[in-house]
Every structure is written in C-alpha cells, then in structure tokens.
Design a protein around this ligand. Structure first.
Ligand SMILES: O=c1ccn([C@@H]2O[C@H](COP(=O)(O)OP(=O)(O)O[C@H]3O[C@H](CO)[C@@H](O)[C@H](O)[C@H]3O)[C@@H](O)[C@H]2O)c(=O)[nH]1
Ligand SMILES: [Mn+2]
Length: 737
C-alpha cells in the first residue's frame, strides 16, 4: 500500500508562492519608519517651541494628524510582510473522490427590499449557483427575504419553473455564464434552442417586473393551487417589520426533475418571523435563521453565503473550494474560503473607487500569508462547523436537529419538520441562547461580515483567499456618490462598533491572533479615523495660509526633504501596488481622490454618528444599498461625471473644503505675484491646497458649470459658501497672534 502511494502520489490540489515584493516591502518599511519617527520628532519640537496659543493649537492638530496617519501606515505594513498568491487545480478533486462523495452544499442568498434589490436580479443570482458544475442533488439554495415580500416569492416561483429548462441548457452547451441575464447580454448569435430559452426568460422577466411595478401579484399570474396557498400566508396585517414565518419549498432535490429528467437542486424561500418588539439583527439575524432552517432540512457541511446581487461567474467555483475542503469534516483549521468581490458595471475609470481594490484584492493577499483574509459578507464558503465554536472546542447545540451530525431523514415537507422550521425561524427562538454571540454569525456590528470573520479567526480558525483569474462572482457596486457615501458611512459605524467593543482588534485581536493579524484588523476597523487627519489637512494649512501663518518647513530647509520623501514614498508605493494588481493610473487617481472625499464626508459623519449612538442619542439601522438606477444617472456615470443631485449634508462639508482650498490657493498666488511674498515658506501649504483644488475640479464644475439633474444642488452650494465665509472669518480672529 505504501509502495503504491509512493509510486503514484495524489494529484496536487493547490499551491502558493510568496510575493516577489516581500523583500522590498520590508526594507522600505524600515526606511519609512525612520522617516516617520523623524517627522514626529520635528512635529513635537514645534509643539514644545510654540509660544502663542494659535501656534500651539496648530502644532498640536498637526501632531495628532500625523500620529493617526502614522498609525494607519504602520498597521498597513502587516499586509506587506508576507503576501502570498495561490493557485488551485479544480480538475483534481474529481480524480481523488467520486462525484457522489462530494460534500453537499447549502447556499444562502440574502435580500431585503424588492424595490432596492429587484427580485429578477436575486433570481438570477440563485439560478447561477443552481447551475454550478456540481452534482445538482447536492446543492440546496435558501433565499432569505427580509423584505417579506410576495413579489420576491413570486419571482422565485417563476425562477423554479424556468430552472428546469435553464439547467439542462447550461449543462448541454457547457456555458460559462450561468446567470441568464449575463448570458443573454454577452452574446447575440444564438441557436434556435437558445432563442427559445431566451423567449422563455424574457416572458418570465416581463411577468416579474410587471408584478413589481404593480406592487402586487395579480390573480392572473398565479398558476397552481400550491402557489395560491402560499400567497394566502400574507395576512392583512403583514408588514415588512411584522409578519409570521413563511417558508416555501419551491424545488426539492429528490423529487423535482428538469426537462431532461435530471435531478434539480433544492430551492427554498424563507421569510423569517418579524415583530416590532424583537430585535432582528439585520443580515446577521437573517443568516442565522438560514443556518438553523438549513440544518433541519439539509444540513450540508459546506455553506456559501451570497448577497442578492452577486451572481456566479464561474461554474467550477465549488471545485476550487474542494481543493481546500475536500473533506469538510476533517480536523484542519481552515474555516472558510473567501473569494474577492468583483463588480460589474463599474465605469472605465471607476469614478468613485467602487472597486475597493485595496480592501478586496490587495490587502487580502497580505492577510492570506498570515492567518487568512477576513470575511467579506458574500462569495465565501464556510464549513458549517465554524459556526459552532473554535477548531478545538465544539459547542453543543441546544436541540439535536441543529447538531452537525444530525442526518435529515424525514421528508422536508412533512408536518413535524414544518413545525420545527417555524420554531427555528421564529423571532423569539434566540432568546437565552448563544446565537449571535458564540454561535452563528455575530451580532453587535453593522458590518456583521467583518465582525464574524474576525471573531472566527480570534477563535482559532484560519481562512483562505481564493482569487482565480476568472472572477468567481460578480456583484453590483453603488454608482452614485450619495449611495457610495451612505454605504461607507454604515461601514464606518459598524467598524467602530467593533473597535470600541471589548473585542477590539488592538487588544483582544492582538492577544488572540498575534501582532500582525491584530494590526491588520485594526487598520481595517479604524480607517474611519483617517477622517481626522484628512479633515485637518483639508482646512488648517489653508486657513493658516490665508492668515499668513506658515506651518511647514521652507524649501531650503533640510526638513523639507523629509516631507517630500514621506509624500512620494507613500503615494508611490500605493500607486505601484495598484498598478501591479491590474489597475490603471486614472483609476488610481480616482481612488486616492475618493479616499480624501470619504475623509471629509462619510467617515467623518460616520464617526460622529457612532459617538452619538454610543451616548444613546441616535441609532442607525442597516440602510440597504440600492441596486437600481435611472437611465440618466447611468448615462452620466458611464461618462465619468460626478453625481450629486440630492441635498445630502455630506456634500456640505465636501463643498466647503473645496471652496476653502480654492480661495487659499488663489490667495497664495496673489501674495506671490502681487505682494512679493516668497514662495519658499508657503510652498507646502500651497501645494496641499493646489492638490486639493485639482482633485476638486468635478466639484467646482458641478457647482457652477452644470445644468443637469446630477449637479450640486443650489442649496448645498449656498450653505457651503456661507460656511466657508464663516470659517475664514473665525480663523482670522482665532489664528491672530
Ligand atoms: O436587514 C437586512 C439588511 C441587508 N440584508 C442583505 O445584506 C446584503 C448586503 O446589503 P447591501 O445593501 O448590498 O450592503 P453593502 O454595503 O453593499 O454590502 C457589504 O457590506 C455589508 C455589511 O455592511 C455586508 O453584509 C455585505 O456582504 C457586503 O457586500 C444584501 O443582500 C441585503 O439584502 C439583509 O438580508 N437584511
Ligand atoms: Mn452590496
């Protein structure tokens, strides 16, 4: 036996190689650290030597800013210490294990609002995973509808019927695009068979969109008696926040067959019970209901979580996962496999930096060489086991049906299962249990994904970042500025909730996972704090310039070179990484601009809201990002034009900063040209103001040159102008010696 295995080693499943930049990164980090220390020394000297109150205030603000930036920079280094790239061999699991022995897979898809998340899109996501190159009878798709909407259920009834044609069609033609919408958009030369399927798809889409538009499912659309009964579960008093559990089995894998008599995946619609008096914990709550409901119905050892807009873009994805988790019951510590979030429909230069290249592509590669990436909320395959304690400590489940070894042997449509499911999806089930705290997806943060992944890793689980050439999933990114800022504000609040909890990455994180992992999580969690230095840098040097106060060294001083090195070093390394990850210079430019924009908008507002919330003054919920846009907006987006349009308070601080920078830059030029002032001492302040002005060109344009609906609302422009005047006046009093 031994001789045999020596003669024929098992085929490789995966490999990895360290990044070639590692050595450079480490040397550069050492050099840059010295420069930062020198800067802090210089700033402290200034502070100690300041003689007047205004100069003391300025020096202190600059020191605080630079300390925060230095912290963020230091924390980022953890990603650069050991980045690795992985490679999988998806053909090999099938050579080692029979298909019939592949582990079953439960897929969880969350949706929350039929108007912001069109049901047709959700159905496409489900169809794309049902059509995976994986034994269909091993796949079960659970759709969680937090919108509790008949419209979504209707879309899924239609999708279930369409699936019986779509799945064999994909298989027969070996399609790569298995979301029907993506497939029909990607080609226009069809066989007659494809033509037929397209007609079927279009008519389904018409019915679903028509129903959504009318806001109700008309009688003429309800075909079977079963379906009619399902809609009767919506009683008169049902609202989104208050309704009973509705669970509808739309396809059942050992019963339903497609038109070629193949088995089909299971498809189940779940709308958990909601009541105004019990907290529902947003998406984490929804996922925990799916964890329990699926345990009672199929209990697959592998789980894939998907947002409603993230369709599969590669049918071989589960096979890649098997390269790491061929036997999900084994003792390894690998808890989850995270795929990057890639987005469809981002414009050429990614105006709003929605690609999040650093967050979803660059940093995870760095995490991966340590203990693995954090969880991104979607495109992640988990071992069910991770939700029930650390690798060495299995927590017992409160009822046997939720146990990992529980084998489902009753038909899933039977009465006892039905009763159990209603109990498991009920809004009081979690009272006095460990759900959300030690079991399942974790509660307590608006970014349940970051927090859950973090707690799992603190508990000892490792993870893998899997980034194949062809994106495994494609999702929607926000394509208007205000949508992006609102999304990021939610993230900022959610991250701060973790940073200021007793599980803070800086304390608990470092203790449980070591310095580098703790810092990596802290970097991610504390990025809203960049709003402090960014806001200070956006106003203070400019107001000082207007008052003739210099706060940086002169060009001829040696300290000047230090500032130049720090700026070019950080920006240069950032640009290099961005380009190495297939970025373009224009995209990088937009990305650095949005970093500054976020600093004076969502991260600033998010931090303030977080502190208000901590004092119990206000509380924000999970505001779902819209996945629909009107044609005009999307036209402007395609052309790379900034979309303001709505009077968001976040635009006020942004516009005020843009105005102040312009005024101070022009004032500086004026001083040099007409008052004979030396540029030497003002150079760095002029540079910063000029840099912001160049970045703000779209804002000025939106204020004065544009007439379309996406321009800066006049009200915002006026308020900002007044504010800017107020600031200049205050500064001229406060900064006077
Ligand atoms: O009460 C809720 C709120 C949201 N969702 C779902 O959560 C998903 C993400 O919501 P979205 O509005 O798209 O948020 P994004 O900010 O775009 O999502 C990112 O950030 C979220 C955390 O803030 C993570 O949950 C997501 O996975 C991650 O992609 C969607 O499928 C929603 O349907 C629910 O199921 N219930
Ligand atoms: Mn989203």
């Amino acid at each position: 036996m031994e001789a045999l295995s020596r003669a024929c080693p098992p085929p490789p499943l995966h490999t990895f190689q360290p990044s070639r930049l590692t050595g450079f990164n480490r040397v550069f980090a050492a050099g840059y650290t010295c420069a930062i220390l020198a800067l802090l020394y210089h700033r402290s000297l200034k502070l100690i030597n300041s003689t007047t109150l205004p100069s003391y205030f300025i020096s202190l603000s600059m020191l605080i800013s630079d300390l925060l930036l230095a912290f963020q920079w230091t924390a980022t280094q953890s990603y650069r210490m050991r980045p690795i790239y992985r490679n999988e061999f998806p053909d090999n699991p099938g050579k080692m294990v029979k298909e019939s022995d592949f582990p079953p897979l439960d897929v969880f898809i969350c949706t929350a609002d039929p108007y912001k998340e069109p049901p047709m899109g959700v159905a496409n996501t489900a169809l794309s995973v049902m059509a995976y190159d994986y034994p269909p009878e091993k796949i079960s798709v659970y759709v969680s509808d937090d919108g509790g909407s008949q419209l979504t259920l209707f879309a899924f009834m239609e999708a279930a019927k369409f699936a019986s044609h779509w799945l064999p069609f994909c298989r027969k033609n070996n399609l790569v695009e298995r979301s029907p919408e993506a497939y029909f958009a990607s080609t226009n030369s069809w066989s007659s068979e494809a033509e037929e399927i397209k007609t079927m798809y279009d008519s389904m889409k018409f019915r679903v969109e028509n129903v959504v538009e009318r806001g109700k499912v008309g009688d003429e659309y309800i075909t079977g008696e079963e379906d009619r009964k399902a809609f009767l579960k919506w009683t008169h008093g049902s609202t989104r926040q208050n309704h009973p559990t509705i669970i509808q089995v739309l396809l059942e894998n050992n019963k339903d067959k497609d038109i070629t008599s193949h088995l089909m995946p299971t498809l189940i619609y779940v709308s958990r019970e909601k009541s105004k008096t019990s907290p529902h914990h947003f998406k984490a709550g929804a996922l925990n209901v799916l964890l329990r409901v699926s345990a009672a119905m199929t209990n697959a050892p592998l789980i894939l979580t998907l947002d409603c807009d993230m369709h599969s873009n590669d049918p071989s994805t589960p096979l890649r996962v098997l390269c790491y988790l061929l036997n999900p019951h084994d003792q390894s510590k690998i808890g989850y496999i995270q795929f990057p979030q890639y987005f469809k429909g981002i414009n050429k230069n990614d105006t709003y930096g929605c690609e999040y290249k650093r967050l979803f592509q660059i940093n995870p590669v760095g995490f991966d060489g340590l203990a693995g990436p954090n969880y991104f909320g979607t495109g992640c395959f988990f071992r069910r086991r991770v939700f029930f304690g650390g690798p060495l400590t299995l927590l017992s489940s409160e009822i046997p049906e939720l146990g990992l070894s529980h084998v489902v042997n009753k038909p899933i449509q039977s009465q006892p299962i039905f009763e159990l499911l209603h109990k498991l999806a009920g809004c009081n089930y979690e009272n006095h249990t460990k759900w959300g705290y030690e079991v399942g997806f974790r509660y307590g943060s608006l970014v349940e994904d970051y927090y859950t992944g973090y707690r799992l890793q603190c508990g000892g689980w490792k993870s893998i970042f899997c980034n194949p050439k062809r994106a495994a999933f494609l999702g929607d990114a926000p394509i208007t500025l205000v949508d992006l800022l609102n999304q990021q504000k939610r993230w900022a609040i959610g991250l701060l909730e973790v940073v200021f909890s007793k599980f803070s990455p800086l304390t608990y994180g470092i203790k449980s996972m070591g310095l580098l992992m703790g810092l990596a999580y802290a970097h991610n969690g504390m990025r809203a704090f960049c709003s402090i230095p960014i806001t200070i840098y956006a106003f203070l040097p400019q107001l000082a310039l207007l008052n003739g106060i210099t706060i940086f060294p002169m060009v001829s001083e040696p300290w000047f070179l230090l500032y130049v090195f720090l700026f070019i070093g950080a920006y240069g390394q950032d640009l290099l990484e961005f380009i190495l990850f297939d970025g373009t210079i224009q995209r990088w430019w937009n990305d650095q601009r949005i970093w500054m924009i976020r600093g004076v908008t969502c991260n600033l507002f998010g931090s303030v809201e977080f502190f208000l919330k901590s004092f119990g003054i206000s509380a924000q919920g999970f505001n779902v990002t819209s996945k629909v846009v009107d044609d005009e907006q999307s036209n402007r987006y395609e052309q790379g034009v900034f979309e303001f349009g709505v009077p968001s308070p976040m635009f006020v601080s942004l516009t005020t900063a843009a105005i102040i920078n312009l005024v101070s830059f022009v004032w500086g030029l004026f001083l040099v040209a007409f008052r004979g002032r030396q540029l030497e001492g003002m150079f760095l302040q002029m540079f910063i103001a000029g840099f912001v002005v160049v970045n703000s060109l779209p804002i000025y344009e939106a204020m004065v040159l544009r007439g379309d609906k996406g321009r800066m609302p006049v009200r915002i422009a006026i308020i900002s102008t007044f504010l800017a005047c107020g600031l200049v006046a205050t500064a001229s009093i406060a900064l006077r010696d």
